[in-house]
Design a protein around this ligand. Structure first.
Ligand SMILES: [Zn+2]
Length: 218
């Protein structure tokens, strides 16, 4: 996205109106319980149909506020909200549930500084992601190689996947000779995991959205 005016133009959610059931209160965690407290809008100078919305939403549970900036395109809408829930990590909709569960735990553990737990959960998230992508093999090592052989993992991702596997293994199977994982390394593998999940799940979803737009009746 090169301009905020493109929000909701190329990717986002189906429909033309912000669905507040998608939103979570940053203060109490209540989901989808909002009423509109205030709205400002700004119309595009030349495109009459393009409007940016600046909504202040009130939580029906704790009465605190959430600001939602959103805009609809032709068939989709996009949004951003502040503030967000501290310590919560929003799961992209295209990611499989089991993968997301492990990823969330890896993020939480990493944020707490529980490095062994983060490394093990990141490894589990990767294994779940490979299996959701139909990787076969007796061990995680074989599953990574299998997906690479099928051409679904580029060489550089295969290498990184093995690094993540080894870091996760060290934390899962304690050994006196094995040093504790380093914060930088755990941060890096969690970052890699997110790139992998984006590549395996978000990218195909974006392509499907793109094709859907191309094939949609004009
Ligand atoms: Zn609330």
């Amino acid at each position: 996205m090169d301009s905020w005016w493109e929000l909701g133009e190329h990717s986002g959610y189906s429909g033309g109106v912000l669905e507040t059931h998608r939103l979570t209160c940053a203060f109490c965690g209540e989901e989808g319980n909002f009423s509109l407290s205030h709205r400002e809008t700004k119309k595009h100078a030349s495109d009459k149909d393009k409007v940016l919305y600046f909504d202040t939403l009130r939580c029906g549970n704790c009465a605190n506020f959430l600001m939602a900036f959103w805009s609809a395109g032709s068939a989709l809408y996009g949004y951003h909200t502040v503030p967000w829930r501290i310590g919560e990590f929003k799961i992209p909709e295209a990611w499989p549930k089991e993968v997301s569960r492990f990823w969330q735990q890896a993020k939480r553990a990493s944020a707490r500084g529980d490095l062994d737990a983060a490394a093990v959960m990141a490894r589990s998230a990767m294994q779940a992601a490979l299996r959701a992508s139909d990787a076969s093999g007796k061990t995680l090592r074989h599953e990574i190689d299998n997906l690479a052989e099928k051409g679904l993992l580029p060489p550089v991702m295969k290498e990184w996947a093995h690094e993540l596997r080894l870091l996760g293994n060290s934390s899962a199977h304690p050994d006196d000779d094995e040093p504790a994982p380093e914060k930088n390394d755990v941060t890096d593998v969690v970052l890699f995991l997110e790139q992998l999940l984006t590549y395996l799940f978000s990218l195909p979803d974006l392509i499907a959205q793109y094709r859907g737009r191309k094939n949609a009746p004009k």
